[in-house]
Design a protein. Structure first.
Length: 325
């Protein structure tokens, strides 16, 4: 069956890095034909048309059509996967409340359009920032869709953590298992080495505690800002790569003996208030994310998880006060 994948912000830099990989089969697998639906604002539709011309010119065997629209109702009609990338960036002089409100104006209507028009098996990944809270806004505008289908991306943070640790220990990334990002996709996130394993042994025991606390955690948590500083633009190809990883694992399952990180609606596990879209250690089984249970959380980790979850609570309360959820 052909899977319809809707990408918002399709003419943006992440969109450009993402669409070709979806069309080549890397999102869903080499046996799954895809139809792409590109949603943009009216001013960017022409640019999306240019990208569509290039997609045509790749002659991807799995690509079974491209639609372009500035109307969410059309773009999400029959969608099986939705990648919500387009968002309102923070500009000079903008307060946090203004940013949340502007994004509410995007993610509320998109959530409603998903509710009213998407396929029954719709899976949503929010990439556009502030990703966790944008996902909460979209989810609360879609009461007929199971809440668990709305997720936000912390896979880029997860991949950054793998790569930093691999470089520190001079091991291949593939030797690292059970990495976790907890909380918000923001500088408060907590990359956890107390459950990660390298060569079957706990990662935190293989690095100096100072490095873990003063180098590893801030490097991973502030990597997005460091990329912006270096590139003059936020991460694009690595963000697209993480979106591919997230949806691929969601649909196809995570490997046995390992887990990954995704921001999904909390069921109250690990003291995270129910309903918050927070990052957890997760596995995907039968097309559903499940939170890995039973991990011991020490005082060091508890403090950091609580700080990031506290920020998510503040964001939730702010969008609630604005009437966005
Ligand atoms: N979660 C993560 O790990 C992560 C990583 C990197 C970037 N991001 C975020 O992803 C978002 C996109 O980044 P980018 O570099 O592609 O930005 P970009 O500015 O290059 O592209 C964004 C696109 O979204 C479009 N857009 C704006 N409002 C829209 C709407 N209502 N409907 C459809 N399209 C709309 C714009 O026209 C633009 O083409 C940003 O919010 C960025 O902060 C998240
Ligand atoms: O767009 C940003 O602010 C940074 C981005 O979320 C990232 O983690 O690279």
């Amino acid at each position: 069956m052909t899977v319809k994948v809707t990408v918002t912000g399709a003419a943006g830099q992440i969109g450009y890095a993402l669409l070709f990989r979806i069309a080549s089969g890397q999102l869903l697998g080499a046996d799954t034909p895809v139809k792409l639906s590109l949603l943009e604002i009216p001013q960017a539709v022409k640019s999306a048309e240019g990208t569509a011309m290039e997609l045509d010119d790749c002659a991807f065997p799995l690509l079974r059509g491209i639609e372009i629209s500035d109307d969410p109702a059309k773009a999400f009609d029959g969608a099986n996967v939705a990648l919500l990338v387009g968002a309102r960036p923070r500009t000079k002089g903008m307060e946090r409340g203004d940013l949340l409100e502007a994004n509410g104006g995007i993610f509320g209507p998109q959530g409603k359009a998903i509710n009213d028009h998407a396929a029954d098996d719709i899976r949503v990944l929010v990439v556009g920032n502030p990703a966790n809270t944008n996902a909460l806004i979209a989810q609360s505008a879609a009461p007929d869709v199971p809440a668990e289908r709305f997720t936000a991306m912390t896979r880029l943070d997860h991949n950054r953590a793998l790569s930093q640790l691999a470089a520190k220990l001079n091991v291949p990334v593939a030797e690292i298992k059970k990495m976790t990002i907890w909380g918000n996709h923001s500088a408060t996130q907590y990359p956890d080495l107390f459950h990660a394993e390298v060569g079957g042994k706990i990662a935190a025991e293989q690095v100096e505690q100072e490095w873990l606390r003063d180098t590893f955690i801030p490097t991973v948590a502030k990597r997005g800002a460091a990329i912006i500083e270096a590139r003059g633009a936020s991460s694009a190809a690595s963000a697209a790569n993480a979106a591919i990883d997230h949806v691929h694992d969601w649909v196809n399952g995570t490997p046995e003996g390992d887990w990954t990180s995704a921001a999904i609606p909390s069921d109250g596990s690990y003291g995270v208030p129910e309903g918050l879209i927070s990052s957890f250690p997760v596995v995907s089984r039968n097309g559903r994310w499940e939170i890995v249970q039973g991990l011991e959380i020490d005082a060091f980790s508890r403090e950091r998880i609580d700080a990031s979850v506290g920020e998510l609570v503040e964001e939730r309360d702010a969008v609630r006060a604005l009437g966005l959820i």
